[in-house]
Design a protein around this ligand. Structure first.
Ligand SMILES: Cc1cc2nc3c(=O)[nH]c(=O)nc-3n(C[C@H](O)[C@H](O)[C@H](O)COP(=O)(O)OP(=O)(O)OC[C@H]3O[C@@H](n4cnc5c(N)ncnc54)[C@H](O)[C@@H]3O)c2cc1C
Ligand SMILES: Cc1cc2nc3c(=O)[nH]c(=O)nc-3n(C[C@H](O)[C@H](O)[C@H](O)COP(=O)(O)O)c2cc1C
Length: 588
């Protein structure tokens, strides 16, 4: 039996699900299967009922939320009124990417699988749950699942064996010498106002200031960055997030062209759709290679397994090919982890380790090799009521050492802090944290170590205007003198009796003191605020162990202060989460 096409739809926030969908599309093309590949929101959903086979590849983001590029689809598919037999003719499979350290583990994939069944869809295989926490990452679940998927599909339809040679580039790419003037701007159209800005049409915000707020001698460079955005205060609320589209620094662009020294920066590149793979709008029309390298390709990030798969196909050197194939094999994953993930090698560094393969790469394949630069989220630190027409963010510049000689640098934070930028492409996104409205007189506990304190500055300065009291903030950092963010703002709030501040400076004494220790010292206040007066609790910042440690500390307060059993304390917090009285905004 034949089928029309395999539809592969992805919902991806940071690019992993998109990369996986790309990889599956190559596996399909190598089997001569006709495909359609796009993000869920680019797909015309009215066609869904007429498809034969649809594969959904979705991550979960936020606190159990669907990624930005599947929001419209999500709203549609969850609509109550959809008939139960809508998808009766559709065979589907759902592949989820998530992280089991999050409360809502793989929530999107699980819920989507259930929903598709409810709508009459026929599951080809069970839902796959890829987990970042596994030693081998999500591949541990994805690889065997994919084998099963192809096998099941092969039992229903006639499918050829995979062809191992290099496929044609995913887009129809033409490259030619520049003869005419082309636009200097990569983004052809900016939104005239921040209100209307979106990922497709961002707002070009002017940078007002970029100040280091940690001492020069402190291990970490943290920046308070302010953008000017007329009337921005009318559209965001404390807890909302500023999305920023990063660019590669000029230094890295130069490095790229040093490595690919046979390619001319001014070459014009045009992409057209072919074989059912949709082309992002920004790539349609003419772009210089230099602009693509500066604004589009992510070549300073950490390569995923698929990069090695494609590289191996180029290689004419037996030695290099063998190594690359090993990195793309199930058995080679531990070695790939040791070579690439642990030391955090970048795309460019890997390419330099495979010089003969590098020499064979054709520029038409850049779109297959390098993923697009993904926007980064920053909690808005300004207050809509206090800082009119401005947007502030508090950025920790990512820089750390691994066993490699060169320190590792975060793409977006490094560009924001050091590139001397004057403008940035931005838009505003609703955050997962929603604070009480000013007329809600219930108390509010906030826990914000490090840059996690940013959204609480936004809220507390609003409260300074609204004169709403009973706010308790736990702030944590290393040293009072080096990285005590927004000290003056807190003092202003304290003067007006808006805020009770508890600080935990971990390195200012022999024993390490963190926010969770301070919470344990406030049994009475914590119990009064959240147990007696039914207030809310917000936690923001690094997603490592902090959120769990804070939750344990809050539970301990309840056990000690209100004689709850451990089970009762668990239930109490679960109920708070359900009623949105206990909210998190965490990132890695
Ligand atoms: C909702 C939300 C709000 C956020 N708010 C803020 C905010 O207010 N302020 C802020 O600074 N950031 C915030 N972030 C994080 C921000 O979006 C970026 O992830 C961060 O700035 C790093 O981006 P980058 O491009 O500089 O680094 P990337 O190039 O993306 O590199 C970051 C990666 O490097 C790795 N890494 C980082 N440090 C180390 C280390 N020490 N050892 C090993 N590996 C490491 C991690 O894998 C990490 O994912 C927020 C994220 C989300 C989702
Ligand atoms: C800010 C953030 C929030 C996340 N929230 C969840 C979550 O609620 N549940 C979950 O299972 N995984 C969560 N994850 C893990 C991602 O789903 C996982 O890393 C996935 O591989 C990312 O795929 P993507 O790049 O396609 O978005 C989160 C990751 C980040 C960075």
């Amino acid at each position: 039996m034949d089928f029309k096409r395999l539809v592969i739809l992805y919902g991806s926030q940071t690019g992993y699900a998109e990369d996986l969908a790309d990889r599956i599309s190559r596996q399909a093309r190598s089997r001569h299967i006709k495909i359609y590949l796009s993000s869920l929101d680019e797909y015309s959903i009215k066609n869904l009922i007429n498809e034969d086979v649809v594969l959904f590849v979705c991550s979960t983001t936020g606190q159990g939320d669907p990624p930005d590029n599947m929001q419209l689809f999500w709203k549609f598919i969850m609509r109550r009124g959809l008939p139960n037999n809508s998808l009766i003719n559709v065979k589907f499979a759902v592949l989820g990417l998530g992280d089991s350290s999050y409360e809502q583990y793989n929530f999107v994939a699980k819920k989507l699988h259930k929903r598709l069944l409810m709508l009459g869809g026929n599951a080809l295989v069970n839902v796959c749950l890829g987990d970042d926490q596994h030693d081998l990452g999500s591949d541990a679940a994805v690889e065997p699942w994919l084998l099963q998927f192809w096998e099941t599909l092969g039992q229903i339809y006639s499918i050829s064996n995979p062809n191992k040679s290099l496929l044609s580039p995913k887009y129809d790419v033409s490259c030619y010498v520049n003869t005419n003037e082309i636009s200097e701007n990569f983004i052809k159209e900016f939104s005239p106002t921040v209100q209307e800005a979106s990922e497709k049409k961002p707002y070009k915000a002017e940078l007002i200031s970029n100040d280091r707020v940690t001492k020069q001698t402190h291990f970490q460079d943290v920046r308070l960055i302010k953008f000017s955005a007329v009337n921005a205060h009318c559209i965001y609320k404390p807890g909302d997030v500023l999305m920023i589209q990063p660019e590669n620094t000029d230094e890295n662009v130069d490095k790229f062209f040093e490595i690919f020294n046979c390619f001319d920066r001014s070459t014009i590149v045009e992409c057209k759709e072919k074989d059912g793979i949709s082309v992002p709008d920004v790539l349609k029309g003419q772009n210089s290679l230099e602009n693509l390298v500066k604004y589009y390709f992510d070549f300073c990030g950490r390569p995923k397994r698929s990069f090695f798969e494609i590289l191996s196909k180029f290689s004419t050197s037996e030695l290099e090919k063998e190594k690359l194939e090993e990195f793309d094999s199930a058995e080679g994953q531990e070695e790939l982890f040791a070579y690439c993930n642990r030391p955090r090698r970048t795309y460019l560094e890997v390419l330099q380790d495979f010089p003969e393969t590098l020499a064979c790469i054709e520029k038409e394949y850049f779109f297959d090799l390098f993923p697009p630069l993904k926007p980064r989220a920053f909690s808005i630190a300004s207050s809509p009521k206090y800082h009119k027409n401005e947007l502030h963010i508090l950025v920790a510049v990512v820089r750390y050492k691994t066993r490699l000689f060169e320190p590792r640098k975060g793409v977006c934070s490094t560009w924001l802090a050091y590139s001397g930028l004057k403008y940035a492409s931005i838009w505003i996104k609703k955050g997962t944290m929603m604070f009480p409205r000013p007329e809600n007189v219930k108390p509010c506990i906030m826990v914000g170590p490090g840059t996690g304190v940013a959204p609480f500055r936004s809220y507390l300065l609003d409260m300074l205007i609204d004169k709403k009291k009973d706010n308790l903030l736990f702030f944590g950092s290393r040293n009072e003198k080096s990285d005590f963010f927004f000290k003056e703002d807190w003092e202003n709030c304290q003067k007006e009796n808006i805020l009770q501040l508890r600080t935990a400076f971990s390195r200012d004494q022999d024993d390490k003191i963190y926010v969770q220790h301070r919470i344990r010292q406030e049994v009475d206040l914590v119990c009064r605020y959240i147990y007696d007066e039914e207030g809310s609790c917000y936690i923001a910042g690094n997603s490592n162990q902090m959120p769990e440690a804070v939750k344990d500390a809050v539970k301990e307060c309840l056990i000690k202060g209100r004689n709850l059993t451990k089970d009762d304390a668990d239930t109490f917090i679960s109920n708070m989460i359900r009623k949105k009285l206990y909210q998190l905004e965490t990132w890695s």
